[in-house]
Structures are given as structure tokens and as C-alpha cells.
Design a binder for this molecule. Structure first.
Ligand code: ATP
Ligand code: MG
Length: 420
């Protein structure tokens, strides 16, 4: 579980701004769901034979005897919220949320126990058009972030009926190779053999490569859905590869599944994963409602932004206020407040804790501010304050106190200072 320090926050805020703006452009609205839910919700939605439910959940009993779990992902909570707040009733919802998720995994580069996701969900839309639009949103995000080393992998899981047939074929195949399976996979062989395809054990790779593929078992409707999605993506100019073994880590998906992966992140290469989950809401007790969504791993995208060097730096203040003298110092506090009132969003940093003019000028310079405002008892006596541009060689000029906000504004314009 990591601390995100001020030096790193620029890339986080950049991603939040860019993706927040895009989600608005595509008609998504934010909702915020709790970080804790009943354990049962995750067992029923994510599935018993998944890494998450088998070994990654932070589960505890509260003093009332309820079994609660820190959310490992947000889709289940959003589906629960849509049901329990009566938002469904045939409505079409485009929702997003962002925040921390918790999984007790082995920590390594790109894999943490508290990590953060954007979770984006379109509920009540059955067609492949919304799948295509969600994927286009992802493609536009990479473009806006200036992140190039990502590519899209697609697959279709078909309906649950088609998967049941496939499941039989997989079971037969893996049973014939049972001795080669690891303990996790052997357990999943009976419970959910599809999960074996999602195994991260390199020793199983060759065996998995040889397994029957789901594509051969797709039902006709899913086939058409997938073909239509591909046509739309081609029309949008979004490129992809199809990986018939992409099954995703959670049980609730049906039909379209996709993953944006990067070759710039080492082993933890998935940055954004999603798919259609038409059965989830009815499985949780809501009226049958088709839905599709994705979860984006913020830490991994932040790392891509860092590599691309496209993050905004933290913003320096526009003005640094220097004051020295028994009368000047309290008066400077007032002037700083006056400037914050007149120039919202610009950043006015007050020198706190005194110091010689020389020390204060050094701090002003280090702050990255555009202008220094200088107040001593002598200036104050004459009703004046001094101003000095800090980003170029320039002398200081005086300004009558009542003119200060207007003069600062004018000088910032002359210095071509922008607050963003
Ligand atoms: P992985 O295959 O990497 O374990 P997953 O299939 O468990 O991923 P999802 O549950 O689909 O991942 O989560 C969506 C995204 O959240 C992933 O693509 C990844 O970017 C990010 N993510 C998942 N688990 C972690 C983690 N422990 N630490 C950091 N990011 C994570
Ligand atoms: Mg995982």
C-alpha cells in the first residue's frame, strides 16, 4: 500500500483531469460507492473460483457479526447501488467511479495491495455499439495522454449456454493432462475450468496453448455481436488483435471482453480491462439488464504517463509575498488575502516564519513564482508596495497599495503567466 507523494501527484491529477473530461464528453456521470460491501456481494458476482475470491480479499467480521470485505473492484458495488437505489427500471445509465481497491496479492512492480481504478459502466445497453464506444473512449484517452505503447486485445466469451458446452470440452482436455496441473488449476478443473486459462503460472503456458478455443463454441448471436463490434472498430480506425484465450479474471463476463496492454510495464502489462456482463445484475437480484464496462488501473497508467513525460508539473504560485518589519508582516498577510480574493486560481504564497529579505528572495525564487511582492515598513509608511518579476532580469517597481490587485493582474499578463 503506497503513499502518493507531492512529487508524483502531477501525473495522477493529469490522468484524473483528462479522463474526467473525456467521461463527461461521452456522457458518463460520476457516482461514489462505499469502499466496504458485504462479502457475499463479491462472492456472488466475481465468482468462487477466481484468484480474488479464493485468496485476495480483505475480509473481516464487524462487531455486529456481519462479514464485510474491502472492495477488490467496483463493478459489483455499482451494480448493487443501481439495484438498491432503484435506478434500473429499464433506464440507460452511463456511470463512472474512481478510488482505491484492495487485494491481498504478492506486492511487486505494478501490483499493489491498495491500488486505484477508474471504473466505467454502461448499464441498459445491449448492442455492440456501446462496446465499440467504450473502446473508442479508451483509444482517445491514450491519444490525449500522449501514451503510445498500448494495444488492444479482444475476444468474445459467448453466452453462458455456449460457455457451458465449451466448459465440457475444456474439462475433458485438462482432465487428460491432470498430472501437469498445479494445485489451483486442479481445484478449478471441477469448479470452473475456464479459470485455468487465466493462470499466471508459466509452467502451464504450453498446456493452455493446446487447449480447445472458445471461438469454436460461440453461439450464433454472440458471433454476430462480435462481428458487428469488429466492423464498428474498423470504421473507427481502432486497431486490435483477437486473442481467443483472453478470459479475464472475473466470472461475470459474457460476450465482449477486452484488455488494453502495454509492452512498457514488464510482467504486469494490463492497464485497462473490461467487457460485457449481461448476467450480473439479474444474478444479484435486479431485473435482467445488459451492461458493459471497464476498469483502468491508475498506477499502471500513471507509470506510462511518467515514461511519456506528458504529465503536468505541480503548479508554482503566481505571486510570492515577501515581508519584513513589525508593521509590514501583519499587513502582508492582509495583502495576500486580498490577492487571493481578486485572483482566484492563481496561487499566492506568503512567506511564513520571517527571515531576512535575502532569505525570503531565495525562497521566492525556489517557489517558481512569477512575481515577488515586497513589503517593508519603509514602503508601508509611504503607502506603497514593491513588485518584481522573478522569471527574468528585471528591476522592481512600486505600486500604491489600493492599486495592487489590478497592477498584479496586469503584470502577470505582461509576463504571459498562465495559471494552468
Ligand atoms: P491482472 O491480470 O494484472 O491480475 P486483473 O485481471 O486481476 O489483472 P482487473 O481485475 O480486471 O485485473 O483490474 C483492472 C485493472 O486494474 C488491471 O488491468 C490493472 O491495470 C489494474 N490492477 C489489477 N490488480 C492490480 C494490483 N494489484 N495493483 C495495481 N493495479 C492492478
Ligand atoms: Mg489479478
Amino acid at each position: 500500500m503506497n503513499d502518493v507523494l507531492p512529487a508524483e501527484i502531477g501525473a495522477w491529477q493529469h490522468l484524473e483531469r483528462v479522463l474526467g473530461g473525456l467521461l463527461h464528453d461521452y456522457g458518463y456521470e460520476e457516482l461514489r460507492v462505499p469502499v466496504v460491501e458485504h462479502t457475499e456481494l463479491f462472492k456472488r458476482s466475481i465468482g468462487e473460483y477466481t484468484d480474488i475470491v479464493e485468496k485476495e480479499m480483505y475480509t473481516f467480521e464487524d462487531s455486529g457479526g456481519d462479514s464485510l470485505t474491502l472492495r477488490p473492484e467496483a463493478t459489483a458495488g455499482i451494480a448493487r447501488a443501481a439495484i438498491s437505489n432503484g435506478l434500473l427500471r429499464g433506464a440507460r445509465l452511463k456511470l463512472w467511479t474512481a478510488g482505491p481497491m484492495f487485494r491481498h496479492e504478492r506486492p511487486q512492480a505494478g501490483r499493489f495491495r491498495q491500488f486505484h481504478q477508474f471504473s466505467v459502466e454502461a448499464i441498459g445497453f445491449p448492442g455492440p455499439d456501446v462496446d465499440a464506444e467504450l473502446i473508442a473512449l479508451g483509444a482517445r484517452l491514450w491519444q490525449r495522454l500522449g501514451v503510445t505503447r498500448v494495444r488492444l486485445v479482444l475476444n468474445s466469451l459467448g453466452t453462458s449456454a455456449a460457455r457451458a458446452q465449451y466448459r465440457g470440452a475444456l474439462q475433458t482436455y485438462f482432465q487428460a493432462h491432470e498430472a501437469a496441473l498445479d494445485a489451483d488449476s486442479r481445484r478449478r478443473l471441477q469448479g470452473n475450468p475456464l479459470r485455468i486459462l487465466d493462470s499466471k503460472n508459466p509452467a502451464l503456458r504450453a498446456l493452455i496453448e493446446g487447449a480447445p478455443v472458445l471461438t469454436d463454441y460461440l453461439d450464433e448471436e454472440s458471433r454476430q455481436h462480435f462481428a458487428a463490434l469488429r466492423t464498428m472498430l474498423d470504421g473507427l480506425g481502432v486497431t486490435y488483435t483477437i486473442n481467443p484465450r483472453l478470459v479475464r479474471g472475473l466470472d461475470y463476463y459474457s460476450r465482449t471482453v477486452f484488455e488494453w496492454i502495454s509492452d512498457a510495464l514488464g510482467a504486469q502489462d494490463a492497464v485497462c480491462s473490461g467487457g460485457r456482463y449481461d448476467g450480473l445484475i439479474s444474478q444479484l437480484g435486479g431485473e435482467a439488464t445488459p451492461a458493459v464496462g471497464f476498469a483502468l488501473g491508475i498506477e499502471r497508467v500513471v507509470e506510462l504517463i511518467r515514461q511519456a513525460g506528458t504529465a503536468g508539473q505541480s503548479r508554482p504560485p503566481a505571486v510570492y509575498v515577501i515581508a519584513n518589519g513589525a508593521l509590514a508582516e501583519p499587513r502582508a498577510l492582509q495583502l495576500a488575502e486580498q490577492l487571493r480574493e481578486a485572483l482566484p486560481g492563481q496561487g499566492v504564497q506568503m512567506n511564513l516564519g520571517g527571515g531576512s529579505f535575502k532569505t525570503q528572495f531565495r525562497r521566492a525564487d525556489r517557489s517558481g513564482a512569477c512575481l515577488a511582492l515586497i513589503l517593508g515598513d519603509a514602503e508601508l509608511d509611504r503607502g506603497m508596495v514593491a513588485l518584481k518579476p522573478l522569471r527574468r532580469e528585471a528591476g522592481q517597481s512600486e505600486c500604491p497599495l489600493p492599486d495592487l490587485p489590478a497592477r498584479v493582474q496586469k503584470m502577470l499578463q505582461e509576463e504571459s503567466w498562465t495559471s494552468t
